[in-house]
Write a protein of this length. Structure first.
Length: 202
């Protein structure tokens, strides 16, 4: 059971969740479903590059540099470094999405990513621990909720599924002992709020 919980936690890693969200926008009956296939693949590639590949490569490089110097990078610094790297990568993603007015939704998603990373970084200063997994799920829930409100009814079942998956992920994180319930709640609500602000006002 513990191995299964770890698999779920890995699949729903914060670096991967934005990729799933963008892919769902492409395959459901939204306006983005009618983009040319090559353009859809380009958008998925860009979010994969900035949300997953570059942050992971940067973290691996930092760890490697510290080993070459004969010392390990303290684990307590890993989350904060990842947040800073995430802010930079999402800023680059937002800049890339500014090329065309039709990409405004994807720019908003990038801004939401920046705000989620800032939120987690600030929370770490006060609580030491915050669930980035649930922050990401809260942000994605806000994305699908906002799109449903503006009339993308094809995403209703996606929104419902996101809520169920968020609950399952919270249970997994509790089972693995990574976070307390209050930390998970603060992460999910915070991710939802900052993402909703990005969707509505930025």
């Amino acid at each position: 059971m513990k191995r299964f919980a770890k698999i779920i936690s890995t699949i729903l890693h914060p670096c991967f969740v934005p990729i799933y969200a963008i892919a769902l926008l492409m395959v459901t009956g939204t306006v983005y479903h009618y983009y040319p296939l090559r353009f859809q693949l380009y958008l998925i590639w860009v979010v994969t590059l900035y949300a997953a590949i570059l942050p992971m490569l940067t973290m691996a490089l930092l760890k490697r540099l510290h080993r070459l110097r004969g010392r390990e990078l303290p684990r307590r610094y890993h989350p904060a470094i990842m947040m800073v790297v995430g802010i930079v990568c999402y800023a680059l993603y937002a800049f890339t999405m500014m090329k065309a007015p039709s990409l405004i939704m994807f720019r908003k998603i990038a801004v939401a990513g920046i705000m989620c990373n800032v939120y987690c970084l600030v929370m770490m200063l006060f609580t030491r621990r915050i669930s980035t997994h649930l922050t990401a799920m809260g942000a994605v829930t806000a994305l699908f909720a906002m799109l449903n409100i503006v009339g993308e009814q094809a995403l209703f079942w996606v929104l419902l599924g996101t809520l169920l998956i968020s609950g399952a992920l919270a249970s997994v994180r509790l089972y693995l002992g990574r976070h307390r319930s209050l930390q998970l709640l603060a992460a999910y609500v915070g991710g939802f709020i900052v993402s909703a602000i990005a969707m509505l006002y930025l």
